[in-house]
Design a protein around this ligand. Structure first.
Ligand code: GLN
Ligand code: ZN
Length: 774
């Protein structure tokens, strides 16, 4: 093979959604799991999907023959793909491997999902996105070995169709940086220390990909932009220097593009990559600024990630073009246009949204429209700026239209936000509140409660779908919901829970429900984005100033409260979570948008109180998720996010008990923020993480009430009474009993009734047993 490296295309995307425009992959994979189609059938559907994706991207203007089309397909997760390709699956999956040690689909899916005998890999958030990746487990016993067949087959399959694709793999530094020590690893073990052993395996993968016909390969290294990982940025930069010196030295390899999406790479990492012998570097210019001119760039192609892959706005194409110009002045051998990250974070196509307001549509760009923008910029780079004039003018016109459109700025909302004062976020003395609430609620020691949703049964989903399609009249749908709420309240009374919920049967999703009922939001029909594995969500679009035309939850909450003497919690989603799980306008700081959402929720709380609700819960499961990747940005974030929660809740009367709920994260970095929320009661995921978070919170001198999740709702397993007691005792060892509540880890909507009832019976019994001992 020749040593002359092929040139990099003038435009590319770092990845494309792999779930299929109609979620074909989800359907196929789930029917395979259900035993309805076998492995060859599943593989055939996946191959068809890859083929049609390639053809589609070529039709959108990416080139067939020069590696401008990435191959970023995954059956479940790109981190699992990389772990499987280097053989880094824990021993507990060994029995599922092929005789030659290869990782087949069976072992792959079991690692992702577990089975009756085997726990799956842990799932966690991918950088500051809404995507979840699997966490590799690496220890001294991990034997790395190349298993390149799947990636190589995809390259060869594309070649056979006349496409030179660029396979995309998570790079070695990021793979190790995201891994956790295996169960067999000694204390203090660091997977990153295995880099030396891992590199020859990556080198072998690269050789195999070259042999299969890849001219270029893309190695994703987002670890190099994050300051939130166990390893420090300088260590990661050293690892990158070492890794890319070694991988670049290989001769029988494709040309290498190293991509650093989601923020600017650390200075040290940027220098290391520039000095390495790889051929191209991709930087995120929508979240980071143009990096410094450093030695080594003169031999590299720089891919400017100027088209934002994290949101759905059409954006400022002229600004993208000038950012490419600034990148061009760093002295690199060439500059290409690209997306800031993989387009896996946005839906496929705006054209699939016929019901959206056409004016809004003209401001939007989903994945396909972003591909079009990259193609236009590439044309500008190749043919000169004149080739781009029309595109720039159209984009600027859309931007100007958006700026001046009704609803983008709402005078009443602006006036109200501008008039806010410091004491609008202060609720008043906690001891006074505590006394008033004790008096109003008369709860026992260790009150029992749940997080909000009850199982979303097939009946509920069917009724909702029929109502949405106009097949079920609104009156009938609402009758159905009332019967459901009646049953859920009756069940909770029977179980003996102390603080009840209405079960949230009316909500399709905890954010979309509010988006549908607030001004300033639009919801999509087909805007699916992969969340993890076969799961996808449909984020709402927050495009204008937010206000609440009328009460949203009051009717359902008061109906539930009318059925029981026990207190029922009014249930709201908090401002930070509403932002985190939507596509948010990019024309003003998040802080300002959060304040508008908070004010709408504040009014809702006032109305709930006015209608007689004594407790409101404002869920903020995404509080940790938006934590910036750069530590310098952290304080400002915590200030506005905590401020937004407080603005939403501080209007509540002293006797109204405000709850919050936090989950899905490792809360180490935000312990102080949890106290600063000043919620009267915080329920927090603690069962899966072993309860350590409660110790951390107690260590900070936490004075308010807290409900450590006493069992993991992600699994159908029913906790025993003894287990729940153990969790409570652990919490009681660090906090006074009077501060503790008893609740599951999270909402019950994904569970079935049989296990839910048994688990809650045990939860209540455990609380009673502990109460009797004091
Ligand atoms: N109240 C919501 C529920 O119970 C909270 C969900 C969540 O934390 N993700 O479903
Ligand atoms: Zn939760």
């Amino acid at each position: 093979m020749s040593d002359i490296r092929p040139t990099f295309p003038a435009g590319t995307i770092l990845g494309y959604p792999r779930i299929g425009a109609h979620r074909e992959l989800k359907r196929a994979v789930e029917s395979h799991w259900a035993g309805e189609i076998d492995e060859p059938e599943l593989e055939a559907i996946a191959a068809d999907l890859r083929r049609s994706t390639r053809e589609h991207l070529a039709a959108l203007g990416l080139e067939r023959e020069n590696s401008s089309i990435p191959e970023s397909f995954s059956f479940y997760d790109q981190v699992l793909d990389a772990a499987a390709a280097v053989g880094a699956l824990p021993d507990r999956f060994a029995r599922l491997r092929g005789q030659d040690g290869s990782v087949g689909l069976g072992a792959y899916f079991t690692a992702a999902r577990g089975d009756t005998q085997t726990a799956p890999l842990e799932l966690t958030k991918w950088f500051d996105t809404n995507y979840h990746h699997l966490v590799p487990e690496i220890g001294p016993e991990t034997l790395f070995a190349p298993s390149s067949a799947r990636f190589a087959r995809q390259v060869a399959e594309a070649r056979a169709d006349g496409f030179a694709v660029r396979p995309v793999l998570v790079g070695p530094v990021t793979l190790l940086a995201l891994a956790k020590p295996s169960n067999a690893a000694p204390r203090g073990y660091r997977p990153l220390d295995r880099l030396e052993d891992l590199l020859p395996v990556y080198a072998a993968l690269l050789t195999d990909l070259r042999a299969a016909g890849a001219d270029w390969v893309q190695l994703d290294e987002p670890a190099l932009v994050s300051e939130n990982l166990a390893a420090a940025p300088d260590e990661l930069a050293d690892a990158a220097a070492h890794a890319y010196r070694a991988l670049g030295a290989g001769t029988r390899r494709p040309a290498i593009l190293v991509a650093a999406p989601y923020a600017a790479p650390s200075d040290a990492a940027w220098r290391a990559l520039a000095a390495s012998p790889v051929e191209a570097l991709a930087v995120d210019l929508s979240r980071g600024s143009v990096p410094a001119a450093v030695p080594g760039l003169e031999t590299k192609t720089l891919v400017g990630g100027v088209i934002d892959a994290r949101n759905i706005w059409r954006g400022d194409l002229a600004a993208s073009w000038s950012a490419l110009g600034r990148l061009g002045r760093l002295g690199a051998a060439a500059v290409s246009a690209g997306t800031s990250a993989s387009l896996q974070h946005v839906p496929h196509d705006v054209a699939a949204e016929p019901r959206l307001d056409p004016r809004l549509v003209s401001w939007l760009a989903f994945a396909d429209q972003k591909v079009g923008q990259v193609v236009a910029l590439a044309r500008g780079l190749v043919e000169g700026p004149a080739a781009l004039t029309g595109d720039l003018a159209a984009a600027s016109a859309a931007l100007a239209d958006r700026r001046n459109a009704p609803g983008v700025r709402d005078a009443a909302v602006r006036v109200r936000a501008a008039a806010l004062r410091a004491d609008d976020v202060v609720r008043g003395d906690y001891e006074v509140r505590r006394t008033a609430q004790t008096e109003a609620l008369r709860l026992p020691l260790l009150p029992t409660t749940t997080i909000g949703s009850f199982p979303q049964t097939a009946d509920i989903r069917r009724a909702r779908a029929q109502h949405a399609r106009g097949l079920l009249r609104t009156e009938d749908y609402e009758d159905f919901l009332r019967v459901e709420i009646l049953a859920v309240i009756g069940l909770q009374e029977e179980l003996g829970l102390d603080v009840l919920v209405h079960g949230e049967p009316e909500r399709n999703d905890m954010v979309q429900y509010f988006a549908e009922n607030l001004e300033g939001f639009a919801v999509t029909e087909n805007g699916w984005v992969q969340s993890y594995g076969s799961r996808a969500t449909r984020p709402s679009i927050l495009w204008g100033d937010v206000s609440r035309p009328e009460p949203i939850t009051v009717g359902w909450s008061t109906f539930a409260q009318s059925l029981t003497e026990r207190p029922v919690k009014g249930m709201l989603t908090g401002p930070v979570t509403i932002l985190a799980w939507s596509f948010v306008r990019d024309d003003q700081p998040l802080e300002e948008t959060a304040r508008q959402v908070a004010l709408a929720l504040r009014d809702e709380i006032t109305d709930l109180e006015g209608a007689g609700m004594r407790i409101v819960q404002v869920d903020e499961p995404a509080l940790r998720e938006l934590l910036p990747l750069k530590s310098a940005d952290r304080d400002a974030y915590l200030e506005w996010s905590v401020g937004a929660f407080r603005l939403a809740t501080a209007g509540a009367a002293p006797a109204t008990q405000v709850h919050t709920h936090l989950c899905y994260s490792d809360f180490d970095a935000v312990i102080e923020a949890i106290a600063a929320l000043d919620a009267d009661v915080t329920s927090i995921e603690a069962a899966r993480s072993g309860g350590g978070v409660i110790g951390d919170i107690a260590g900070g001198g936490f004075t308010h009430d807290i409900g450590p999740g006493v069992y993991d709702i992600h699994s159908p397993r029913v906790p025993t009474v003894a287990e729940v007691i153990t969790t409570l005792e652990r919490a009681a060892a660090v906090l006074p009993l009077r501060q503790l509540w008893v609740n599951p880890d999270c909402g019950l909507k994904t569970r079935g009734y049989p296990e839910t009832v048994k688990a809650l019976e045990n939860l209540v019994e455990a609380a009673h047993k502990v109460r009797q001992r004091v």
